[in-house]
Design a protein around this ligand. Sequence first.
Ligand code: IVH
Length: 676
Amino acid sequence: MIDPHGPDRADPAARAAWLRATLARHAHAYYVLDDPTIPDADYDRLYRELEQIEAADPALATADSPTRRVGAAPLGQFAPVRHSVPMLSLGNGFSDADVIAFDRRVAQALGEDAPEYAAELKFDGLAINLRYEDGLLVEAATRGDGATGENVTANIRTVQAIPLRLHTPNPPKLLDIRGEVLMFKGDFARMNARQREAGAKEFANPRNAAAGNLRQLDSRITAQRTLRFFAYGIGALEGAPMPPSHTALLDWYGELGVAVCAERAAVRGAQGLLAFFRDIGLRRVALPYEIDGVVYKVNQLAQQARMGFVSRAPRFAIAHKFPAQEATTLVQEIGVQVGRTGAITPVARLAAVTVGGVSVTNATLHNEDEVRRKDIRIGDTVIVRRAGDVIPEVVAFVPELRPADAREFVMPASCPVCGSPIVRGEDEAVARCAGGWVKCAAQRKGGLLHFVSRRAMDIEGLGEQLVDQLVERNLINTAADIYRLGFVALAELDRMADKSAQNVLAAIEKSKSTSLARFVYALGIRHVGEATAKALARHFGNLDALLQADEAALLEVADVGPVVARSILEFLNDALNLELIAQLRALGLAWPETAADRIASALQGKTFVLTGTLPNLSRDDAAALIEAAGGKVAGSVSKKTSYVVAGSDAGSKLAKAEALGVTIIDEMQLKRLLEE
Ligand code: IVH
């Protein structure tokens, strides 16, 4: 680490050089190593000092000064850049068979049994070439048509993950670093939230957002948005030896201060490639950025050279793509679905399209406001997304393809299932069927399916089709009726063998012995999810204590705020619900009961104040996590504040915390506290 104070201010040139190096090192720690070293406020202080020195003597403002990242005056257009080594694309594989065939081709060409590969991620962004001369970033260009790209240097200079000067005393004379510019999911969500607040256009996905920002003629706008970068290739190199392998190349980049992704491995043979693909496939949703597959490259560069290229793609590499998560299709109708709480969800009925490997004909539009905000109409061509196991959703419509007779969605006045009125409370985002579960079969079915679900009563074999039939035939109306089902009633249902009926009855019987948390969750109280149910069970210890709780008692529970407390009380004030609980107990549902347990949770009694923008968590998310762990979140700093959680652009609250000597932590430290 560098000397914390640096050279004397009396020598501005030395001081400026020290500030540049210090700031570059902190940005590197934050954006490349993902391991912040100083609070943002300290960074800002050093940054401002450098700005002042440079303003007093502009000769001290070198090309690699971090103050040169802020963006320059808008360009009329991007100048063309001819790539000295063409930027190629990759051949694609989609199946295990494609990968095995690739490995076979490589093995044959190299005369080796299980060739060595570098396996890495296929980032869903834009390819870029970064030209460094004598260690200094001099030009950045998009891929373009592979031969000629566009000069986007001003925009690229704003990307903190890209060093303006390579971290080495002996830089190569010329080095073309290639890689992908992308936007992280969290930065994308924050940017879209700001766009929404400003009434500006939102971007459909992080890739489009990265493209929009990279090709933004006004680099001052790019500077306000966080783009990231991962290096994965090389173009021209002069004045340094070529590393022997792809692995060594990326390791070298890491030493030069350039961001390389840690998710990479050297593997052998098709089995090694497929194991990497599966491992990444499992962890894909948890990555902070989007990928659309993985890339396999022959690891030894000498072997790469021996294999060469076919038309515009290398023979030594292949992209193994995940099934596309997005597709475009036609909205044939917009209908509604009735949830277990009566919530009415608009659903787009789509012309069948394959997304993420499965056929999709319905996609959620969440709620009425969302339909208006996204301006989705019947007759539109839309982008549909299905990420992992989540419900497919409509992302955006394609303006160029909107027909003149596209129709707007109208919320129906009555429930399509039970005919009761549909109402929407004044402050509510969601319209609801007023029928309740007594009148509305959709709500009954939804409530019952929730009750039997795996995380609730966990009754195996009692799935959607069975519940549908049981409700249609009036065999069950409430959850208590499940425990009154007999063998004959079940065995008479469609497609129900005797053996299956026995299994379902056994599962129902088994579910009677449960936990208080599961039981509370199974009741389906609005706003009481699994975590809240657990908190309630832990806090009250037994059901009667919970049933007798008033608002004040409920608010003592770590996970419960006013909205949740009101919802619980509303549920418990309904005689039908109390009757249901009594019946379920009488039918033999039981769980271990204890005295109320008010053991302090991790952050009990601690008060937090949030300020500035955290790198990953939204403020709401951070507050929810703190409260779930028993802490309180306050709006202003006082001597009683336990911690101030500071992000970038933190203002007066941070200053006040410093003045009062309150402990200041960042997002990472908060996460550590929460884990403890
Ligand atoms: S290597 C000679 N590696 O995919 C090979 N490309 O279809 C040149 N991409 O234009 C590309 N992640 O934008 C390579 N780890 C990775 C990549 C990657 C994403 C993109 C890149 C390129 C396209 C090729």
